[in-house]
Design a protein around this ligand. Structure first.
Ligand SMILES: [Zn+2]
Ligand SMILES: [Zn+2]
Length: 934
């Protein structure tokens, strides 16, 4: 800038100095930690980060302070964990009439008087019908007035609680393919609506480290839980006090297993939720096999800690195998405890060796009369003594942390969470076994979809790949909200697809498989997977009981069709066993998309940039400081307040409005200003002048009649003889962008009681000079009827055009968009060589590729695998067309059949594997001896 002649440019170091001073003032410290395992890392603490949310007007206005009782479940605070399970002392404890009487604070567990003079004791504050309500006890006798102890801490300031989601995973710090392992931890404020949380702006970075495991970082993080912290509430314009709690631990399955102190997903009891599983032989019994289709006995933090303690005790006896057996049988293996176990086993052995060897110095063993059993007993006694010594040593580890314990603390004599095992096992309001909800991106798209895609395509030759690609490319994309398909890429790189590809395949592939591409058993899996997939992605639940009942059948179907195709897969794949657990996750956390990890994965890109730009000497510290600076910048340009010398200040108006007025910055910080509000239901957008036709009504009727339509539509509105302009799209009531050709549910103006299914033909707006009201705009639609029974092969409702019938509807009457696909297989639509010309660099080239030519325009399927508007579609169709049908009536009997077949194939496979292993071992031996001889 100085080079350009700008006056008063500060030096670079002065700028950096001011920046770090401001970051300190705003209150984000990048704090050093040494873990129990001796590793060093830095953390920006959740408590500091979430304090900023109160002072940031762009965030504060969205914070939902109390849980909510609703019939439609969209957000986590409307689901069971928040609403029903939490102790009241983890919920915001008070309420006031902020507008009229902000200083009279009503706390829970205190006597309060209603307007009618009666007395109650509020138990908790909830939102009901958009209004704050209290659940209360009525008080009839005079009872003791107990001031809530929080009042003492609060000192007249309002008090609230926040809950947050803590995400953790290993991420590469490089953009290139060379992996540069880091363990990262991010959080989101769970009191914000999902619409906000799907934006990167709302993801907060806590820590990264190339050396530290997730459990060590969690240990530093959970120290914030339950602590009081002051913050400036820009909505109440006063200082408040708040606490934070962990609500859930979204992550991929291996990470969630680690957070739950689970052994690897290959161990015999590999479920983080329950103790399902067992030996290979057990899993092949009728009972054992069937148990994998269901949820088992839940694990609890208490039982897990007991198992961990047992492992440590056994390690103090010096027997590696015994520890391993406990870990294999129970499926519990804790990363922190393992660190100590690995130390204790050699220590125990060393001590035992010394004691056994030094017979002279040991009075018991020196006795020559000791033999056999007596000798063993004496040895055992020594082992036990050593065990006691080692346990006494262990509880004093790590010494620096032990030294910080109060003199009179019981913790001085016992194993401690964080120091000796996973600290998540002892966090108020958190049960890692239950609160690690199953994540659909990794489990479904990159799990179930990937397995079935692999099984379908593994034997395809080039010809089949080309056939499928041509068919897939011909799919109608209207109403799916998917990016353009790259079907040739999908088949070319069929073994290295990512989530977005599977999202498209799951919704569309099923329409293009004939027997040559996919055998009937596999086709059944595609159908079951698509049907369940659509239900898993729904964003809101209107009728929880019905939804969970339907989901239960659909999950059972997916598992059962897999068992038909390959019974062993149920045993081998955890991602199949985990599906029944989703029911409970949804009941406790709301729709499955609410605990998806997509936004965290997106944030990794920001982390990578910070990582590349650092000098790699102190990555945890440097990246922490860089991101703390970014948080400070975000806070200031969002209009946030911070405290300097006892008063709360804000940046000047130009800086604090920077974000809300600068779309480039919004884009960079991953912030979207309520984009739904800008799309108004019923609004239209005209086509560009070059593409727009302007026609008289008579001319429009002529085009309809040229399609053999038998309808006479009178010109709408009270003005006759208008010129009608074509529009690009109309916005439906559900805020979908509907273009020509889109399939919609709409109200029929001729028959307003009925919603009908139709395809948009033209969207028209009278020429501007004559617009009098919205009522004059009109959408012309082609009506299709839905048959009363589903198509048997596809298991989907059928749209049929009996005769060509055009109707019109007002833009406001377009309810929502849905996706439909032509019945190409039924109508035998051929794939023609050279059907489509290829585009390169935006231009049409002289190259051609094969494509599908549709043979008619009468029969379509309502795409029941489509994710977008899946819930609206299911509400609008008759129940008998959408109700799921169980694949097997008597599941147990069928599972027993499969188990019987496994009892034959399983042992045979194991015998072959063993024989092969033996052979390899012998070959290796021979090679070795040859090498020695030569
Ligand atoms: Zn399980
Ligand atoms: Zn077709």
């Amino acid at each position: 800038m100085r080079e350009c002649g700008t006056p008063n440019v500060p030096t670079f170091s002065a700028l950096r100095k001011l920046q770090s001073q401001l970051t300190r003032e705003v209150g984000i410290k990048t704090e050093p930690h040494t873990s129990a395992l001796g590793n060093q890392f830095y953390m920006n603490h959740p408590l500091d980060l979430l304090a900023l949310d109160w002072a940031n007007p762009l965030v504060r206005k969205h914070i939902q302070v109390y849980p909510e009782v609703t019939s439609v479940i969209k957000e986590v605070w409307q689901a069971d964990k928040w609403l029903k399970e939490l102790d009241n002392n983890q919920l915001s404890p008070m309420w006031a009439n902020w507008k009229d009487d902000p200083h009279r604070h009503f706390y829970v567990n205190e006597l309060a008087q209603l307007k009618d003079g009666s007395f109650v004791i509020p138990i908790c504050w909830v939102i009901y019908q958009k209004q704050e309500h209290a659940e209360v006890y009525r008080v009839h006798h005079s009872e003791d007035f107990m001031p809530n102890p929080i009042r003492k801490v609060a000192k007249d300031r309002p008090v609230f609680c926040l809950r947050f989601m803590a995400w953790c995973d290993d991420v590469s710090g490089n953009v290139s393919k060379q992996y540069n392992a880091h363990m990262n931890m991010y959080i989101t404020n769970a009191n914000l609506p999902h619409q906000n949380l799907s934006q990167e702006y709302f993801v907060r970075f806590c820590s990264t480290s190339p050396h530290t495991t997730s459990l060590e970082q969690f240990d530093a993080m959970v120290k914030d839980v339950g602590k009081w912290k002051e913050a400036y509430d820009c909505f109440l314009e006063t200082e408040i006090l708040f606490q934070i709690f962990v609500h859930g631990l979204p992550a991929d399955n291996p990470q969630q297993a680690e957070s739950s102190s689970g052994a690897s997903l290959n161990s015999s009891a590999n479920c983080r939720y329950d103790t399902a599983g067992g030996t290979k032989e057990y899993k092949e019994t009728n009972e054992g096999y069937n148990s994998l289709f269901n949820t088992g006995t839940p694990r609890t933090p208490f039982s897990t800690v007991q198992i961990i303690e047992e492992q440590i005790q056994v390690a103090c006896l010096g027997v590696q195998d015994a520890v391993r057996i406990i870990q294999t049988c129970t499926g519990t293996k804790d990363k922190i405890a393992q660190f100590w176990i690995d130390k204790l086993i050699p220590m125990a052995r060393e001590k035992q060796k010394l004691r056994f060897q030094a017979l002279t110095s040991d009075a018991h063993l020196n006795n020559p009369k000791l033999k056999g059993a007596e000798l063993d007993a004496a040895k055992l006694a020594i082992k036990k003594e050593i065990q006691v010594d080692l346990m006494a040593w262990l509880v004093k580890q790590p010494p620096d942390r032990y030294a910080l314990l109060p003199e009179d603390s019981d913790h001085r004599f016992q194993l401690r969470p964080g120091d000796h095992y996973n600290s998540l096992m002892d966090v108020i309001g958190l049960n890692p076994h239950l609160d690690s909800p199953c994540e659909i991106l990794h489990t479904y798209l990159l799990g179930i979809d990937k397995y079935i895609w692999h099984d379908t395509t593994k034997d395809w030759d080039k010809k089949k790949e080309e056939l499928f690609a041509a068919r897939l490319q011909s799919s109608s994309m209207l109403g799916l909200t998917l990016p353009p398909l790259q079907s040739r890429y999908i088949v070319q790189y069929k073994n290295s697809l990512i989530g977005k590809h599977f999202k498209a395949i799951q919704q569309l592939a099923v329409f293009h498989f004939d027997d040559s591409l996919c055998n009937p058993a596999v086709m059944d899996i595609w159908k079951a997977t698509g049907e369940l997939g659509a239900m898993l992605w729904i964003p809101e639940i209107r009728d929880l009981k019905q939804y969970l009942a339907d989901l239960e059948i659909l999950i059972a179907n997916v598992l059962d069709v897999w068992a038909v195709h390959d019974p062993a897969r149920i045993i081998l794949k955890f991602k199949l066993h985990v599906l029944p657990h989703i029911l409970d996750d949804i009941r406790r956390f709301g729709p499955a998309v609410r605990f998806s990890t997509e936004v965290f994965e997106c944030w990794n890109a920001i982390f990578r940039l910070c990582s590349i730009l650092s000098n790699h000497q102190a990555p945890s510290h440097d990246i922490g400081v860089t991101i703390a600076d970014m948080e400070r910048f975000k806070h200031m340009v969002s209009g946030g307040s911070w405290k300097v010398g006892g008063i709360y200040i804000q940046a000047g108006p130009c800086v604090r409005n920077f974000l809300s007025q600068n779309t480039e910055l919004q884009h960079r910080l991953g912030w979207v200003e309520n984009d739904l509000a800008s799309i108004k239901p019923g609004s239209l957008k005209l086509k560009s002048l070059q593409k727009r036709n302007s026609l008289s009504w008579t001319a429009i009727l002529q085009t309809l009649q040229s399609r053999q339509a038998n309808t006479q539509l009178t010109e709408p509105g009270n003005i006759q003889g208008s010129i009608w302009n074509e529009c690009k799209y109309v916005v439906s009531k559900a805020r979908d962008i509907c273009t020509e050709g889109s399939w919609v549910f709409c109200k029929d103006t001729m028959n307003p009681e009925l919603a009908c299914t139709a395809r948009i033909y033209k969207i028209l707006s009278p020429s501007t000079s004559k617009i009098t009201s919205d009522g004059n705009r009109v959408v012309i639609l082609e009506k299709f009827v839905i048959l009363n029974s589903k198509d048997e092969h596809m298991n989907m409702p059928v749209l049929l055009r009996t005769d060509i019938q055009f109707i019109y509807a007002l833009p406001m009457d377009i309810q929502f968009i849905f996706n439909a696909q032509h019945d190409c297989l039924g109508k035998k639509c051929p794939v023609i060589e050279n059907a489509t010309s290829v585009r390169q660099e935006r231009n049409i080239t002289s190259k051609f590729i094969p494509g599908v030519i549709h043979t008619d325009d009468t029969r379509f399927f309502v795409n029941m695998h489509a994710l977008h508007n899946a819930h609206l579609l299911r509400e609008s169709l008759p129940r008998h067309l959408v109700a799921p049908v169980p694949y097997f009536q008597n599941r147990y009997e069928k599972h027993a059949e499969f188990a019987a077949s496994l009892r034959i194939t399983g042992p045979a496979k194991r015998a072959t594997a063993q024989a092969r292993a033996k052979e390899t071992r012998e070959q290796n031996k021979q090679k070795k001896s040859k090498n020695i001889n030569t």
